[in-house]
Ligand binder design. Sequence first.
Ligand code: FAD
Length: 391
Amino acid sequence: MTELIDYLGAFADVPEGERRLAAATRELLERSVMPRIADLYESSAFPSDIIPALAEIGLFVGHGPEHDEARPGPLAWGLAQRELERCDSGLRSLVSVQSCLAMTAIERSGSADQRAEWLPAMRRGVAIGCFGLTEPEHGSDPSGMETRAQRTAEGWRLDGHKRWVSNSPIARVAVIWAKSESSAATGDIRGFLVPLPWPGVEVRPLTRKQSLRVSPSGEVLLKDVRLPESARLPGAEGLGAALACLNEARTSIAWGAVGAAEACLDMAREHTGRRVQFGRPLAGFQLVQERLVAMLDDLISAQLVARRLAELKVRGALRHPHISFAKRHNVAAAQRIAARARALLGAEGIITDRHVMRHMANLESVATYEGTDEIHTLILGADLTGLSAFR
Ligand SMILES: Cc1cc2nc3c(=O)[nH]c(=O)nc-3n(C[C@H](O)[C@H](O)[C@H](O)COP(=O)(O)OP(=O)(O)OC[C@H]3O[C@@H](n4cnc5c(N)ncnc54)[C@H](O)[C@@H]3O)c2cc1C
């Protein structure tokens, strides 16, 4: 695995107890995933065998609003996301979707019975969850969703089509967001827990991706899906319930991007220190040093933003535009670092085994999901000016 880079000591004073989850994550991934990550990526295969170990070290945990002693604090959680994405964005995606989206939706909006039915199994990794918000025609603006939930004598009937649902090919439960018929015009969006497999639900894996290849993605087609009333998340009324989960996942992304960026800078520094051209190591040329320092600029700002995010959360002062800032800033910083690292490795930079191109390609998805750069810019613009420019 790559060497840790923390130039300004952004994480130097993190107490031992807050480092444990990250250390366990790093040890697990170095031992059981890093040696085969290039092969997994080439073959678009998800390493399902590590799910029990991820569960064992405590990475499957909901992020509901209630205080939970067993849940890692924001700093411990963030540092672990950084380790996951230092290995591969797809692994951080698995954990983000399971914990921040699916489990958080159940923890925040589920009934006592729903929590008892799903959360223990999800914590143990026995049940993997997915979160279906995006549709073929509705991505950045999920409020336009066409998936419909209609009341029936027995409960609900769901019809619709969700696309880009991470984890769905391996999931045992899908959190599906749908508009209820009665108030479709005003957008009364509700959440449902759909066990998988289930009559009327078809999960189609999405293949031939050029990015996030170790993360299983799929489409979820819902046709005349009959669910009891007990499948509805009682606390999920309106899009806000889904967006609250997205905020948790976006926070994890801001941290994860730091890990991918560190891996890329470390590889660029190592390669340019070793590779001799024109009679000296590449790192000895001023142009190369300027690039490495520009990467350091980006990395340090991303690390400090991530650290601050955790501090604000602990103090209860974190607002959703802060999260938008961090997601947008850190992913863009990581993308610049990955692209520079790829260039500094020359031809070697395009080989999967050198990892930088894999990170660079993965970051394309990370930049797109959970709100693109443009969407977070508009959120920040609205927060700065008081004027929403979405439409
Ligand atoms: C690998 C991967 C995994 C994913 N996993 C999930 C998941 O688990 N669950 C889920 O529900 N979704 C998931 N998504 C979907 C993701 O959240 C959407 O792709 C994202 O919201 C963007 O939507 P879109 O792709 O439809 O792009 P569009 O909304 O069609 O946007 C296309 C472009 O237009 C820009 N744009 C849109 N609106 C505006 C505007 N008002 N002003 C300026 N520019 C604008 C966007 O920034 C973007 O550049 C995943 C996506 C990927 C790639």
